[in-house]
Structures are given as C-alpha cells and as structure tokens.
Design a protein around this ligand. Structure first.
Ligand code: COA
Ligand code: ZN
Length: 296
C-alpha cells in the first residue's frame, strides 16, 4: 500500500459530536472534555460553533466554552460559522480559526443554513475577504459532497466546480464531507483523485460519518488517494440536526488505533484518548459507536 508516515487528526467532537445531542450538555462538561483532549496530542479541533441558538441550542454557550477552556498555544481551536453574523460573533470572541460550511446539495444547504448554495458561497466570499485581512485561518467544508439526505447522490462535477472556486479564494484548507455517511471507498477514492488532479496544491481534509460502517474503509481509500488529514470525533459521537438518519463521525480512537497499527504516526496518545472516551460516555444517552474503547 502507498501510505504516508504521518497523518493529522482534526478532532471535531466538541462541535460535530455534541451539536446533535438532544439534552443540553452543561458548559463545564464541554470545557472538561476539551481540556482532556488538549492533553492527548491532538493539535487541531473544532471547539464550538457560532450558529443560531434557536436552531442548534446545544451550541448556545460557544462564548462561555471558549472563555472557559485552557487554551494551549500549540493547539488550533476552530469555530464553525454558517454566515457573516457567525463570523462577527466568532471574531468578537477571539476566534483565530474558522470553519465555514456550504452544502454541495442545494436542498441540504437550504435546510441547514436557509440559503441556496450560491447564496452561501457569495456570503462567504465577504467573510473570507474580511478573515484574510484579519489573518484568520479558514477551513472551508463542502458538506454533502457525496450524498444528500434529500436529493440522493451528489454529482461529483458539482463538487469539483466548488473546489475550483473555493481554491481560487486561497483558503487554508478544504474539507470534503460525507455528511450522511453514505459514501463508499470507491466513490471516495475517485472524487479525491479527481480533486488532486484538478488542484494538486489544495490542502484537502476528509470528514466521514459512519452510518453504514464504511467510515474506516473510506479513511483508507482517502489515504490511498493521498489525503493525510482526517476529521474524527471522540467516541464516534456526531451528526447534523439537518441531516436526518446520519450516524456519528468516525471515532477518533478507532482511526488513531488503525493508523498506529499501520505504522503511521499521529502524535496522539491512545491511552489518553481512552480517558476522553470515558468523559464522553455520560454526556450522551446513546451507546458509543466506536470500537477501540470496548476492548479492555
Ligand atoms: N448566530 C446567531 N444569530 C444569528 C446568526 C448566527 N450565526 N445568523 C443570524 N442570526 C440572527 C440574526 O441576527 C437575526 O436576529 P434578529 O431576529 O434578532 O434580528 C436572526 O438570526 C435571523 O437572521 P437570518 O439571517 O434571517 O437567519 P435565519 O433565520 O435565516 O437562520 C442561520 C440562518 C444560518 C443562522 C441558521 O439556519 C443556523 O444557525 N444554522 C446552523 C446550522 C448548523 O449549525 N448546522 C450544523 C453544522 S453544519
Ligand atoms: Zn459532520
């Protein structure tokens, strides 16, 4: 197999992992989880989001979370934003790295952020210009890049077109998301190869949910296509309130375990990750979908 020596893990548990939990998780527990993750060797994470508190009440304490965590200067804490208002709130709260999101599928984007794909892209052009003036890091998520919960399979040509436009605005990272966890390794490999051929210099990260149990296979396919950055979520929590039927993200500890077994360095301590999984268990009523933590 053609494999890299080192891979970067981007922890999205505190944002993607928690946003879909029905019961409000007390702010102190969110802070404790992030502080726990700080010690594991993870160097980048999505800590929260500045979205509308009525639509995603779980994230209404974004400000308090960011104020409460022990911010390690060697770790990048990102906040997801859906629009310009989110940008303003994030900047007011000292955020230096943003995670923008646009759905490749119009139907999903309308449900998620109440804008068409085109409206979102335009809205973010303004945000990107401001962020660049401010020296803020920009990751740009293409949600529903493979499948949409409302429209079915997404045309890869559309995703390639989006990558081309986003890359032209010189963002720091583009994230290709299987928001509903419906992609298969072949689809993943082909799309990522096409992206690499189109934009060889673009920094590409992938984001897989595990609805059909294919997320680890998709990570492996992405590795084969040359991807070395993966979004994962502690314990396998995750999901989007506007993507019905989607399971959690691929579990951080499972991906780290697999990569280490394959001789690939992540810089992360698996046993410290295990203690973070223990912190996640009481935050949810659901059984965690990750595998590693079940093995004693
Ligand atoms: N944070 C907080 N409030 C916001 C906001 C944001 N990012 N964006 C808009 N608002 C407020 C506006 O200020 C306005 O307030 P007002 O009524 O007091 O004047 C109100 O919301 C309506 O503004 P509008 O731009 O029309 O928003 P909307 O109702 O169309 O909702 C979003 C759009 C994007 C804010 C909403 O759909 C949302 O928060 N989606 C988040 C989706 C998400 O988190 N998905 C999971 C991650 S991918
Ligand atoms: Zn997700």
């Amino acid at each position: 197999m053609n494999l890299p020596k080192k891979v970067e893990i981007i922890e999205v548990g505190p944002r993607d992992g928690l946003q879909n939990e029905a019961n409000f998780i007390p702010t102190e527990q969110k802070i404790a989880l992030i502080n726990g993750l700080n010690k594991t060797g993870i160097k980048r994470m999505e800590a929260t989001s500045f979205v509308h508190p009525v639509y995603v009440p779980q994230m209404k304490d974004a400000k308090e979370v960011l104020e409460g965590i022990e911010q390690d200067p060697s770790i990048q804490y990102m906040a997801l934003i859906p629009n310009e208002k989110g940008y303003e709130r994030a900047i007011e709260n000292g955020v230096r790295a943003l995670s923008l999101v646009v759905g490749a599928s119009d139907s999903f984007n309308l449900k998620n952020v109440k804008m068409t794909r085109e409206e979102s892209i335009k809205n973010f052009e303004t945000v990107i210009a401001k962020a660049k003036d401010n020296g803020v890091f920009i990751r740009y998520n293409i949600a529903t890049a493979f499948w949409c919960p409302y429209e079915g399979k997404v045309d890869s040509g559309l995703v390639l077109e989006m990558v081309k436009r986003i890359d032209a605005s010189e963002v720091d990272e583009i994230v290709i998301c299987d928001t509903i966890g419906r992609a298969n390794p072949q689809q993943v490999f082909e799309l990522l190869q096409s992206i690499a051929a189109l934009k060889p210099k673009a920094i590409i990260t992938t984001h897989f949910h595990d609805t059909y149990g294919l997320a680890q296979a998709n990570v492996t396919a992405a590795l084969q296509a040359g991807v070395t950055r993966f979004d994962t979520s502690i314990g396998g929590l995750g999901g989007c309130p506007f993507a019905p039927g989607a399971a959690g993200n691929v579990a951080t500890e499972d991906v780290v375990f697999m990569l280490h077994e394959m001789g690939i360095d992540t810089g992360i301590d698996l046993q410290l990750l295990r203690s973070c999984v223990e912190m996640v268990k009481p935050l949810t009523n659901r059984e965690l979908t990750g595998h590693f933590h079940k093995v004693k």
